[in-house]
Unconditional design. Sequence first.
Length: 186
Amino acid sequence: MELRQIRYFVAAAEQLYFSRAAPQRHVVQLAISQQINEMFVSAQLVVAMPTTHPLAERSAVTLDMLANEPFVMFPPSMCSRILEIVLSACAAVGFAPRVIQEARQMHTLLSLVDAGLGVTIVPKWVASGRMGSSGVYDVVFRPLGDDAPLYELLFAWRQDFSNPALTGFLEVARRVSREFDIAQLM
């Protein structure tokens, strides 16, 4: 990888858009987009709660309904994007989650929810995937209101780079996003 490509990628990552990064690097947008290819994936957030929770009877839950609930979440030391999104979304509706237990693995978080320690917020694919539908956890997943933020992932790679591992990874990512009805833009 050339230093120029790294600079383009950093500029695009900092600005979040190729069109904003181009003037910063004194090039046209096409120069940046030709060097970097992307696959954008986004998913709705859902709340995971014990099946016995009073809100489990509802078809959907809004964030403000969770203001007084105990939460189980990833620790801040993990610098998890999902944690950042959840904290920001809760702050936007006027509260900070009362975190009573932290865990570093999604399975552990779901086990804590199953044990009745609290609720957690996860991407939709957790509910539709093996973790949510396996029957291992006595947990229900409810969509958050329409104003809930999306959980977004961004994969970036050099457009002129060919590698069997990259090709395989992208095929799996596309298949999974189709299976779990996750929005994608290529």
